[in-house]
Design a protein around this ligand. Sequence first.
Ligand SMILES: [Zn+2]
Length: 326
Amino acid sequence: MQTAAIGIDLGATKIAAALVTGDGQVLAARHAPTAPQDGPAAVLDRIAALANELCAESAAYPHTLLGIGLGSPGRVDPLAGVVHNAVNLGWESVPLAAELRARLARPLPVWVQKDGNTSAVGEYVFGAAQHTPDFLFVSIGTGLGGGLMAGGRLITGANWNATELGHISFDPLNGRECVCGLRGCAETIVSGQGLVALFKRMRAADAGPSALRAEAIQTGDILAAAHAGDALSLRALAEMGRSLGLVIAFCAAVTNPSLVVIGGGLGLAAFDLLLPSARAELEARVLEASHADLRILPSRQQSSAVGAASLAWFFTEKEVILAKQS
Ligand SMILES: [Zn+2]
């Protein structure tokens, strides 16, 4: 039986949706602005409109439509289908799955997970972690997040807070203030903003020569300069890589993955520049048995919407209990 699913990635600025086949082929894709300032009901209307369009489009194909996978920021309770504390959306508590189902033109199962988890499942079903039951997904973009698979199960935690990689503090006394209220979180270094802050701090301390002198510097400037051999940009990325290696070391010591997949816009763009120092830090922090066979690879996910769609196959086939509809 040929199957398909709709994947929807809810971001702070954009909603990305795709109709995806069981072998990862994208049959159709749609986008809409999130515009969270309009309130949850308006955002849910936009999500449902995309889902209904793709659902109608699926009628042109012979595939059986399994349902809708939805990735959301915030703390996501996948059993109740509720999103809590999605700060970037201004949402305190929104029953995403139930509200979406109420707006669908035709009844379909809806699976909801936090975005780091949908990406991890996407890597497992279609990407770099296929046939790899024990792996860590790390997403480096505007923030630092991830998802963890252990024994082929997605680890969601006691109250849906698993894999909060961005908010392990390395320096709670003297580190930079984090959006979460702590100081020195991994995300204050391993993220786009973290890289820019790190670079500026190193430049102010005259830590090395650099062609980048402008005050309004962006992540892309540092990456381009590093690829062109700019000494200070390379040092900043190496420093960020060391912190990434520390995050990986904690996870390796606890869960012994065989693979770490690095994704996110910055994680992919800077992968080759981060890897050497991340690997060196990892090797300095944990037993050889914990790192010797640990591979670190870039993400092979086509899009965040494809990752969201993969929830349908993962939960249909592997974890029916977690997919239970409320
Ligand atoms: Zn934090």
